[in-house]
Design a protein around this ligand. Structure first.
Ligand SMILES: [Ca+2]
Length: 205
């Protein structure tokens, strides 16, 4: 009987470990590849967002989620020639807008080939997903939003293009995607009003 009981606990333990690693695990799980699942407080203190004066964006948590209890929701109105963004990670103006995963230099980026995320939008059109690399350079991947249902987007690192429209003054401009990546951001690019939901930003093996 004793043997049976301990075997059960071994299997149960294996299940929990596997589950934690393959879905949206807790940030404390060592092998988890989840970069961010937007749990906890989501506000202007924990997300770095803003817009041009002719546009607007508000960022909150939504209960409509794919990982954990909530997703990140952008409620926006993008005007012609305007812009707006929402970023999480390290080295941002909002110091507590940190992703859930460990700090960039604590992640073994060589294990991963790209980024995978879950998203949905109420308006079809274009959405930019950017990452800022170790040299402060911004890289972009354009997502075509054609459905109001949740969908998964997979972005291999080699599919990012260096941004030519704008770079931070601190960018090293070497046009090489230097690891570690330090932050990511969402930028709706289609003029109009709508909402975007994001969840389960993971590193793809
Ligand atoms: Ca979540």
């Amino acid at each position: 009987m004793k043997g049976k009981v301990s075997k059960f606990f071994v299997y149960a333990g294996m299940f929990i470990l596997t589950f934690g690693a393959s879905s949206c695990g807790q940030s404390g799980v060592e092998e988890s590849s989840v970069l961010d699942s937007f749990e906890g407080n989501i506000s202007s203190q924990t997300a770095d967002y803003g817009s041009a004066s002719n546009s607007s964006v508000d960022v909150t948590a939504s209960k409509d989620s794919k990982c954990g209890q909530q997703s990140l929701m952008l409620d926006y109105n993008l005007a012609e020639k305007g812009y707006l963004y929402c970023a999480r990670g390290y080295g941002l103006d909002v110091l507590n807008a940190l992703w859930e995963a460990p700090a960039p230099d604590k992640i073994d980026w060589s294990k991963y080939t790209g980024i995978r995320l879950q998203m949905k939008g109420t308006q079809s059109g274009q959405l930019a997903f950017d990452v800022k690399d170790a040299g402060g350079e911004l890289w972009r991947f354009m997502i075509n939003v054609d459905s109001t249902e949740w969908k998964e987007v997979v972005i291999p690192f080699d599919q990012f293009s260096v941004r030519h429209d704008w770079q931070p003054s601190t960018s090293d401009g070497n046009q090489k995607l230097d690891f570690p990546i330090r932050s990511f951001q969402f930028e709706p690019k289609t003029v109009g009003q709508g909402q975007f939901y994001f969840d389960c930003v993971e590193l793809d093996i």
